[in-house]
Design a protein around this ligand. Structure first.
Ligand SMILES: [Ca+2]
Ligand SMILES: [Ca+2]
Ligand SMILES: [Ca+2]
Length: 252
């Protein structure tokens, strides 16, 4: 509804007319996750230095254009409530602007992120929780989405490398990815999933420990040891060499 001073006066409400715009409204408060077709209440307030009455313009999709003005004007500083529902699943950024009775507008509030539709679950991560640096291991990731949406995964290996929103994969599908850590240490693998409506789920984690470096049977030191041992029947180095079949990948 178009309002402004005329509607305000027609309603026989007191008018004050200053030329200062209202303050930037308080960041919208209200639910941040919900379902399609359900009406949710959002609130805000702003202050007008001239004590002018204020109406609020709500941008329900974060594109910087007001989609709906409040029907009423509110006293400066008074909380204003409005309800809204979304028809489609997705992540929406809700912002609000204040306009006083003379049409002076504030800037937009900061956005409130609202997820509509079910978020995917935190991915379950399986794979070896300990091993050797420089050996390759396989990890599987899987998340399910209650809406059966297809999913993308964002995976951090804990060493600075990431898989950046790979997918889409079917909900519940197990995806397998190889990784190797270059240096010894303890790492936390973290993964989150988002659905095709950009609704993100929580992080899943798995801590892995790579306490030793994988040594190859072809390591130069081992070759020298073998040569020495073949000549003398003794080891040159007091080493316990383990080779791990299935981990043939080497960086020497
Ligand atoms: Ca004003
Ligand atoms: Ca808009
Ligand atoms: Ca979903």
């Amino acid at each position: 509804m178009e309002g402004g001073i005329i509607a305000w006066k027609a309603a026989d409400l007191p008018t004050k007319m200053g030329d200062s715009p209202p303050s930037q409204p308080e960041n919208p408060s209200g639910v941040t996750s919900g379902d399609t077709g359900v009406a949710y209440t959002y609130s805000t307030s702003a202050i007008d230095e001239d004590d002018d009455a204020i109406r609020y313009g709500w941008d329900w999709n974060g594109d910087g254009t007001v989609d709906e003005w409040t029907e009423n004007y509110y006293q400066s500083g008074m909380e204003a409530n409005i309800t809204h529902s979304w028809d489609e699943a997705g992540t929406y950024y809700v912002m609000v602007i204040a306009e006083d009775v003379v049409g002076e507008q504030s800037s937009f509030s900061s956005p409130l992120s609202v997820s509509i539709g079910n978020a995917p679950g935190a991915p379950i991560i399986t794979g070896p929780d300990s091993g050797r640096a420089r050996a390759k291991y396989e990890y599987t990731f899987s998340s399910t989405d209650a809406d059966d949406d297809e999913l993308y995964y964002y995976i951090e290996w804990g060493d600075g490398s990431v898989e950046d929103w790979i997918g889409p994969y079917a909900s519940g599908e197990k995806i397998t990815i190889e990784h190797k850590w270059k240096t010894r240490g303890t790492y936390v693998i973290r993964a989150k999933a988002k659905d095709t409506h950009n609704v993100e789920g929580e992080w899943g984690t798995l801590e892995v420990s790579m306490p030793k470096t994988y040594e190859s049977a072809y390591s130069p030191l081992i070759k020298i040891n073998e040569w020495f041992s073949s000549l003398t029947g003794r080891n040159l180095f007091p080493v316990a060499i383990e080779t791990r079949p299935g981990c043939p990948d080497l960086e020497l």
